[in-house]
Design a protein. Structure first.
Length: 81
């Protein structure tokens, strides 16, 4: 289903079509609505390019879950840190 964004709106927000796609992809990824790979495809970029866009917006590329955090904390305890 195509999404049409009027040219006037893009002009108002100061984005061209490509910039709007990247912005939407970044924000949907940030909110957990798109996976990294889906956001990369949506933005029509390489993974490296998209990760650079995320970093420029201060959006974490990798967001560990509670299980990962618990495992990391347990490993630190075992190391005596």
């Amino acid at each position: 289903m195509p999404l049409v964004i009027p040219d006037e709106l893009l002009i108002e927000v100061g984005l061209d079509e490509r910039e709007a796609l990247v912005e939407i992809a970044c924000r949907l990824f940030e909110r957990g609505k798109l996976t990294l790979w889906s956001a990369v495809k949506f933005a029509d970029m390489s993974r490296t390019e998209f990760e650079d866009e995320l970093r420029s917006r201060h959006i974490a590329v990798h967001r560990p879950g509670l299980d990962e955090l618990a495992n990391d904390l347990a490993a630190l305890d075992r190391l005596g840190v």
